[in-house]
Design a protein around this ligand. Structure first.
Ligand code: ZN
Length: 366
């Protein structure tokens, strides 16, 4: 059993190499072990290219016969853009398959493991499942609920403030925290912001390779698949000349009808969702329908507050700078609550130092 865990840990390590590139697919790693020896390994690099199992089987060749294959996700059983991996494992003659978790994709959901079993292969599932689920939290949530996994990035002072009353807010945190934010953007399918942030901070929400702090190979992969930048602009306050639009094609979610053509002509896309204000649930559903697994929200207190009050945020990434901005500065989010019983309960899942700042990761307690 401990051996299974160790090999699965190696497979997860490989899967993580696809953190920035597999969208809309899940990150998957595979190792093939014969007589206690690693004979093949692989990971899924990007959509349309071979799955992890195919890479690992190619490397193992004849040595796959009778070997054990460790896969971080149930091998697929359906014909997608590539033939099913479960069949490839059967053909290669592996003796045993260990999966970290079942595939949440309704097209697979146990069929892959069943196909292996019916071919006489010994099958086990659930080894390091927690870690495997965390790695693909967005893909799993999209498959199970039709919504993406939503992360909100916030930066605040120790007194819980994000900007001066004037709106002046740049550089609360240091360079290490900014690199971390770059990596959060790069792993996301979508980076979403609001008109306030774009107008106030001239935000572009792009991924910059030189600020990622990753090795050259991973940086290149991340830059090949930049996240879709989405602007929530209910009343179309942000002009097309803004740096946000100049930085590349973007998607605007608005409540102003009839604006689609103007944005299309400028190389962008406008989606009219809702009347008076943007229907955030409809927006997230639309993004999930387009394959968005993880959405990073980097916005001001109003938009973050709107997402939070609708219960749409799965995780808060809160960067804390060791400074006070004072009691007239702006709060972390606008969440008008009256009674203690209405308090929004969070569970802290991680807290650590990032350069001179601290980062807390918290999720809704329920
Ligand atoms: Zn596959």
């Amino acid at each position: 059993m401990t051996t299974d865990h160790a090999w699965m840990a190696r497979a997860l390590q490989l899967a993580r190499k696809g953190l920035y590139s597999t969208h809309p697919n899940p990150r998957v790693g595979c190792v093939i072990v014969a007589d206690g020896e690693l004979v093949g390994e692989g990971w899924h690099v990007r959509a349309g290219e071979p799955h992890a199992e195919v890479h690992a089987l190619r490397q193992a060749g004849e040595r796959a016969r009778g070997a054990t294959a460790y896969v971080t996700l149930e091998p697929c059983s359906h014909y997608g853009r590539t033939p099913p991996c479960a069949e490839a494992l059967v053909k290669a003659g592996v003796g045993r398959v260990v999966a970290a978790m079942q595939d949440p994709n309704p097209q697979v959901a146990g069929n892959g493991l069943e196909l292996l079993r019916s071919a006489g292969i010994e099958v086990a599932s659930g080894v390091l499942e927690f870690e495997a689920r965390e790695l693909n939290c967005g893909f799993i949530k999209r498959m199970e609920s039709g919504l993406p996994f939503v992360r909100a990035k916030l930066a605040m002072s120790l007194d819980g403030r994000t900007a001066m009353a004037s709106g002046e807010s740049q550089w609360i945190t240091g360079p290490a925290a900014r690199a971390e934010v770059q990596r959060l953007r790069a792993r996301s399918s979508v980076v979403l912001t609001g008109a306030d942030t774009v107008l106030m901070d001239a935000a572009r929400l792009t991924v910059r390779g030189d600020e990622l702090g990753l090795d050259a190979e991973t940086t290149a992969l991340a830059l090949q698949r930049p996240p879709l930048r989405v602007l929530v602009d209910g009343r179309l306050r942000v002009p097309l000349e803004a740096p946000f639009f100049q930085a590349g094609p973007a998607l605007v979610a608005t409540a102003v009808p009839g604006c689609e053509e103007a944005y299309r002509a400028a190389g962008h896309e406008a989606l009219v969702l809702g009347q008076e204000r943007v229907d955030l649930v409809a927006l997230l559903r639309e993004l999930a329908a387009r394959g968005a697994n993880e959405v990073l929200v980097e916005a001001g207190p109003r938009l973050i507050g709107a997402f939070a009050s609708l219960g749409l945020i799965d995780e808060y990434q809160i960067f804390m700078a060791a400074k006070f901005l004072g009691s007239s500065a702006r709060p972390l989010l606008e969440l008008p609550l009256e009674r203690m019983s209405e308090a929004s309960e969070l569970k802290i899942v991680d807290i650590r130092a990032v350069g001179d700042d601290w980062k807390m990761v918290a999720r809704p307690a329920s």
